[in-house]
Design a protein around this ligand. Structure first.
Ligand code: GYE
Length: 355
């Protein structure tokens, strides 16, 4: 009995390691999947748990899979692309019906996605996209178009989120810090090479009229100047750490912090306070995601605005999967609906926030 238990445990550990960490089976209590005549199996490769946003996304996917009665094989890659590639390869070997994945970075997906195509397994790209994709397949037969390497994309327009952050600053900076001829901006970038980072980086600069190829630069009208820009990898801890360094080198010159996500902004708020400045007043803070932590900070006055990025993608993923497997036509890009929040509407919206 004991031997058997050890053997089972060893097997479980082996399959855990093979799947690249954290693979779990979903609820397989029989029955059929909603909208199907059988129960389907979905392999899901998630990036990790770097932020409040990611946790909300994972919870949404798991809850929706249970609701649709889909057998979800969920794998947490712990931020490593290598683990994602391994997990997807395992899903192919297991002959799952469909694979959904969130690419941690934009590059390095061609080979594995072509393996999925060869195996006849459709794929759904969730939240972040891959290099060269505009999520419109101009010619469905062109094998070199990355948009033909996956079946559908479900997620936000990251570039537009960068645009929205800049537009909010153009409309509001002078109300919070009046009488300045130039506003100095520091930027905390997300995970380098992720579509969430490259899109927000470019969109932010485009709206200001700063060349998208340069990390630092001044807006076309001369009023906004990016003076420092570094990655905080989308985490609170690194957001704080990098902001500490920014405060040491340029603490008295910083007017604005633009963080590619709220977690980094929240980490940075601590660093600003520890450096003896008042977040939300001395330094205007704009984040992206609109997670609960940002609402708390906006209500407390320490953060100024957050551009919403919707993580509740589970239902759309399951619905799209069922449509694909039923051979119904699906949108190539299902764009998420989003809003902007700041201190003027945060308190009213807070009670109904789901993440
Ligand atoms: O903004 C950030 C997360 O890819 C949209 O990843 C996502 C981003 C999100 O870690 O908080």
């Amino acid at each position: 009995m004991k031997k058997l238990a050890v053997f089972v445990l060893a097997l479980a550990t082996a399959s855990f390691a093979f799947a690249g960490g954290g693979q779990q089976g979903g609820g397989s209590s029989g029955g059929v999947t909603k909208g199907m005549d059988r129960k389907i199996v979905m392999g899901y490769s998630q990036i990790g748990a770097e932020s409040e946003w990611r946790t909300a996304c994972t919870n949404s996917v798991k809850a929706a899979a249970a609701e649709w009665n889909i057998d979800l094989r969920f794998s947490d890659a712990q931020q490593q692309q290598q683990n994602q590639l391994q997990a997807i390869r395992t899903f192919i070997q297991q002959k799952v019906d469909i694979i959904a994945f969130t690419p941690v970075v934009e590059t390095g997906w061609e080979a594995i996605l072509k393996e999925c195509l060869d195996a006849g397994i459709p794929t759904i790209c969730v939240d972040r996209s891959i290099e060269g994709s505009d999520r419109v397949a101009a010619n469905p037969n062109d094998k070199n178009d990355p948009d033909n390497w996956f079946t559908a994309f479900i997620g936000s327009d990251m570039e537009q989120e960068g645009n929205r952050a800049a537009a909010w600053l153009i409309a509001n900076a002078a109300k919070i810090k009046p009488g300045k001829s130039v506003y100095n901006i520091v930027e905390l970038q997300g995970t380098v090479g992720s579509s969430a980072m490259t899109g927000r980086f470019k969109g932010f600069r485009d709206t200001f009229g700063i060349p998208a190829a340069s990390a630092l630069g001044t807006s076309a009208d001369g009023k906004f100047k990016i003076i420092l820009s570094q990655t905080g990898d989308f985490t609170r801890a690194q957001g704080k750490q990098v902001m500490e360094a920014f405060m040491k080198s340029n603490g008295n010159d910083i007017d604005i912090l633009f963080a590619h996500n709220d977690d980094m902004a929240i980490g940075a708020i601590q660093a600003i306070q520890e450096a003896g400045k008042v977040p939300g007043k001395d330094i205007i803070i704009v984040g992206i995601d609109a997670v609960k932590g940002a609402f708390e900070a906006m209500v407390a006055g320490t953060m100024n605005a957050s551009i919403e990025c919707n993580p509740l993608l589970g239902p759309q993923v399951m619905e799209t999967a069922v449509n694909i497997l039923n051979k119904k036509p699906v949108e190539k890009w299902v764009v998420s609906k989003e809003s902007d929040y700041d201190q003027s509407n945060a308190a009213a919206a807070y009670p109904s926030r789901q993440y």
